[in-house]
Write a protein that binds this ligand. Sequence first.
Ligand SMILES: NC(=O)c1ccc[n+]([C@@H]2O[C@H](COP(=O)([O-])OP(=O)(O)OC[C@H]3O[C@@H](n4cnc5c(N)ncnc54)[C@H](O)[C@@H]3O)[C@@H](O)[C@H]2O)c1
Length: 437
Amino acid sequence: MQKPIDIKPATGKLGILLPGMGAVGTTFIAGCLLARRGLAQPFGSLTQMGTIRLGKRTDAKTPLIKDFVPLAKLDDLVFGGWDLFHDDAYEAARTAEVLTRDHLDQIKDELEAIKPMPAVFFPEFVKRLRGENVKPQTNKMELAEAVREDIRRFKADNGLDRCVAVWCGSTEVYREPTHVHESLAAFEQGLRDSDPAISPSQVYAYACLKEQVGYANGAPHLTNEFPAMVELAKKAGVPVSGKDFKTGQTLMKTILAPGLRARLLGIRGWFSTNILGNRDGEVLDDPDSFKSKEVSKLGVLETILQPHLHKELYGDMYHKVRINYYPPRGDQKEGWDNIDIFGWLGYPMQIKIDFLCRDSILAAPLVLDLALFMDLAQRAKMSGIQEWLSFYFKAPITAPELYPENNLFVQMVKLKNTLRWMMGESPITHLGTEYYD
Ligand SMILES: NC(=O)c1ccc[n+]([C@@H]2O[C@H](COP(=O)([O-])OP(=O)(O)OC[C@H]3O[C@@H](n4cnc5c(N)ncnc54)[C@H](O)[C@@H]3O)[C@@H](O)[C@H]2O)c1
């Protein structure tokens, strides 16, 4: 067994800052408030309900993760954020129509006290929304300074020990990195010049990292994975992770595809389509925002199936993903998958999935886990890209020389082994060595 690494204790209060307080953001906040009053249970959250096996199976040692690693407690969380709309968290949650009024009214006072700070917003990055609650500055460096000031004030006003940020804002349009993203110096010059390639989410991420606030990206756009941001994260000693919460259809895909691949069942085609009617769906109705999502959703099968190793099984697969904005469904998305597979001697078969899910209900526990694990990483002095948190993302960011790991089960092993490593426990490899020692 190696020595545990040095982790600062989770003393004091942890601020969770959300750029974007819409359906996911408010469902997350409301859920934490309900759970800490014992009014509902945080199902879906590994940090609250997950366990971790230590040692051999015969040792029967399986503590809760929250009792094994020093995580911030629900009681010590303070919530804040920015949004384009003035609505406090209660009003925003009512508009989102995810949680029932009965649930929201039990924590109404606490939700009403959470008012969004004015946003950084450039309409060319989210074409379907108009900002009401927006910062007046026009220079991008001045905007970053204003966000830094917001963070310092939020910390001081709430007596916080530390903060972490999780982007829960709308999906921005698809953009490739440019020269401003290549180094920190180029990015800072770009901010001073208000370079058009710098998006609002990048301004928030820069400001957070400068304030030693870890930053997780819940959407698929370009924010914290390019060299300038990773350089800043390393320099500031702050973790980053992303991108795009792995929730509905892609979660199912990364559960099923590893099984088909494990049994060497071939795939001719995988057609995925969705209907959803929330504000996220409205934003994704814009082809440029959808492009960010499409790239993130399409990537997962390639790294799981590895067609370059199995040309005859996956080399000729047709993969298509559609998202259709359909207002009557609100947050209650329906996702269909048709999978054309083949087996022994090439005989065809089909699998159909109809997932009637609730988008924000699936995303909220991920926000909580990411916030708590990012805070843990920072206290453990783990800076830069946190690949062990790939478990939570559709398009995990990795070091440039690596391909992302999308198999949910490999991601879970990696996450739990990282926790074991932090605490000086042996990794579990499933080699069955318990029979031989
Ligand atoms: N719900 C899921 O299952 C899921 C899964 C993966 C990713 N996501 C992503 O999470 C994000 C949030 O989803 P949602 O359903 O809560 O959307 P939403 O539209 O309900 O909320 C997004 C909020 O972000 C705000 N916003 C937009 N630009 C902003 C800016 N520059 N600064 C501050 N606020 C800004 C909007 O005003 C809105 O209130 C989206 O990008 C979505 O694609 C969601």
